[in-house]
Design a binder for this molecule. Structure first.
Ligand SMILES: Nc1nc2c(ncn2[C@@H]2O[C@H](COP(=O)(O)OP(=O)(O)OP(=O)(O)O)[C@@H](O)[C@H]2O)c(=O)[nH]1
Ligand SMILES: [Mg+2]
Length: 392
């Protein structure tokens, strides 16, 4: 796979980047790429007493970093002009190694930039970098597989779009752009979780339902209306897709200022949710607040909750409502399956081009706008051809 080919020959100042996520970890990796100086050599004392620039390639070497207090590290030279330092994963050790290296003449960059600098020789480095970045943000094997499947796809498409413009095939161009833009939402959620917001009257069991779905007590459950006062979120995975579940304050008219602001935030979260869910307590007789919510959010998925108790609604909910008891843990997989079905109605075909970032989506959108609005298409071939090449 060409994603991480490393042609690290560069005449620029050497760069230093941290390749492990920020925060505490067991081990961190700091990488240097470029012609490093004698001053870098002096920072590492190998246990085998060999100088850094004399260490064999692709071999792990234990040693000590810096002056007192020294840091135990493992170092690996992976090419003539690059090495990795594996150190303790706490902030202090990483910061210390990075500042020693910047003082020794390395330029601090982020890892995608270092990767891009090392791969500048490749024509399509911009696309590959976007895929590498997206891949680092994927949280499930399923989403990672879709991102990896995009390698090489975008550059082929750009060549095709370029040809369509050159030959003035506007209808075909428009159709191609439409079929790409169709998957933008799917592509965005390969790195960002889908938002599922649970709302309903107080005490209907929203927090209990979230806890049952994730399998632990994330949200406080109490037999008293108005327990949840703010939006409480938790991330989980349904069928390999990343999901952010939001628990909200129960919806009712309230004089309490704190509760009212929680209710307003709940409505805000509901209005931007990818999948709004209304929870109805069917063990209680229907109330006007329930009907108002059902009327206000007609697109919401409806959960008939507390089905372990006698049903007081007697078939007044739509037939596609999902019947759940959080107490007895019934109906939970039906609910998660239905949520996934609503979020992802259809999977892209295997050969689809999927915009992975907002940036890519905006570029395709802008291109489609240019094709749609131009009054004189004859001139478009001249104006758009460089646009396609330079804007991707
Ligand atoms: N019988 C039964 N009781 C349930 C079920 N789910 C929740 N409850 C009970 O309903 C009460 C309220 O539950 P919560 O989960 O706190 O309800 P909520 O909708 O989050 O309430 P607010 O945060 O106040 O809006 C608690 O006493 C729960 O034990 C269920 O499936 N069956
Ligand atoms: Mg609650």
């Amino acid at each position: 796979m060409p994603l991480f080919t490393d042609n690290s020959k560069t005449d620029n100042a050497p760069s230093v980047a941290v390749w492990t996520p920020s925060g505490r970890g067991a081990v961190a990796t700091v990488r240097v790429v470029g012609r490093f100086s004698e001053r870098c050599n002096e920072l590492f004392r190998a246990a085998n007493r060999r100088a850094l620039n004399d260490l064999p390639l692709e071999r792990l070497c234990f040693g000590q970093w810096g002056n007192e207090p020294v840091e135990d590290v493992v170092l690996c030279r992976d090419s003539e002009d690059s090495f990795e330092v594996h150190c303790h994963g706490g902030h202090a050790a990483v910061q210390r190694i990075v500042s020693d290296l910047t003082r020794a003449g390395c330029e601090r960059v982020d890892w995608p930039m270092q990767w891009q600098l090392a791969n500048e020789a490749s024509t399509h480095v911009g696309f590959e970098r976007e895929i590498a970045e997206a891949l680092s943000q994927a949280t499930t094997a399923r989403t990672a597989a879709w991102i990896v499947g995009q390698a090489g796809r975008l550059q082929e498409t750009i060549t095709k779009l370029h040809d369509l413009i050159a030959f003035g095939k506007w209808d075909e161009l428009h159709a191609s752009l439409d079929s790409i833009l169709r998957w933008s939402r799917f592509g965005r959620h390969l790195t960002l979780p889908w938002s599922v917001v649970l709302a309903g009257r107080p005490n209907v069991g929203k927090s209990s339902l979230i806890n049952a779905l994730v399998g632990y007590e994330r949200s406080i459950v109490f037999d008293h209306p108005g327990t949840t006062r703010d939006v409480v979120t938790v991330e989980t995975v349904f069928d390999g897709w990343p999901i952010r579940l939001s628990d909200t304050a129960g919806q009712r008219g309230s004089m309490d200022e704190l509760e009212s602001s929680g209710i307003a935030r709940a409505r805000e979260a509901l209005s931007v949710a990818d999948c709004p869910v209304l929870v109805i307590d069917v063990s209680q007789p229907p109330q006007s607040d329930d009907f108002q919510l059902l009327q206000e959010w007609p697109q919401a998925l409806i959960v008939a909750h507390k089905t372990d108790l006698p049903d007081r609604w007697l078939g007044q909910l739509p037939s596609d409502s999902i019947h759940v008891s959080s107490l007895q843990r019934t109906g939970l997989s039906e609910l998660s399956n239905e949520i996934v079905r609503r979020l992802i109605h259809e999977l892209p075909p295997i050969e689809a081009v999927i915009p992975l970032t907002d940036r890519e989506h905006q570029r395709f959108l802008a291109l489609r706008e240019s094709v749609l609005t131009a009054s004189n298409r004859d001139n478009l071939a001249v104006t758009l051809a460089p646009f396609v090449q330079s804007h991707f």
